[in-house]
Design a protein around this ligand. Sequence first.
Ligand code: SF4
Length: 260
Amino acid sequence: MLRQPILLTPAEARILANCSLHYYFDQQTGVSSLDAAHVALDEAIREAVQALHAAGGPARLSLEQYLAGQADQLLLRPILERYYQRLAQDWRQMIAGNETLELKITIGGIPVLLRGIVDRLDKTSDGGILAVLFRTEPGPLPDAAELRQDQAMTMFHALVAANYPHKRPVRLQEAWLQLDQSVTIELSEEEYRQNLVQLREPIQALARGQVRARPGLHCELCPFKHRGCPVYAHEQNDEVDLASTPLEGKIPRRQWTFKI
Ligand code: SF4
């Protein structure tokens, strides 16, 4: 039985809730589901935005200085320019940027250490706090209902609520910088608890040293679908049988639980 707390980031919580075998593969290999070009764009955006925050915002750093060195970056420049204009309006509300938050909790009786980085924290006019989480992918933009059930957002809610206990309500915003659109949610107590329940079984199994393949639509985004996942092993060798039910795979369900 595992005795150390399970260290979990919000992104890992999302993966774990979907499929603990995917989570395990991630831990072992560090393979990213993002392509190299997007990883480079993501890093460039975050580096420039953090430099703008650290410099004291648009009042202290001119747009020309901020964009210096990005002249040949056709995709990056408009994203950074839009963020600069947005921050000029929001600067007075901003409390912190690139903030690492931690929280020790138990889920299903298992100790968990949550750790997440919030890209920006703003105070709101009603005494609350808004956690802004940058998304740098091209889309599609999620809808609010989708985000309300998202385990990563639930973990961010827990982190912000615990670290800023005097600021209520807690709101969470995904800011999709390429699309220049954002989605903001506020979780009710019931939604928060329901989402935590989804993590209980996979975390208890992890503590017992078990992971379980849980195929579903999320497999389409899993980098291990054809790189080690036994549920889809037959697809790498056999002719594709269009009449088969893909999510059932060719190994029996009872063999989808693995000892680690
Ligand atoms: S392909 Fe699906 S079942 Fe297999 S590890 Fe990835 S998410 Fe899990």
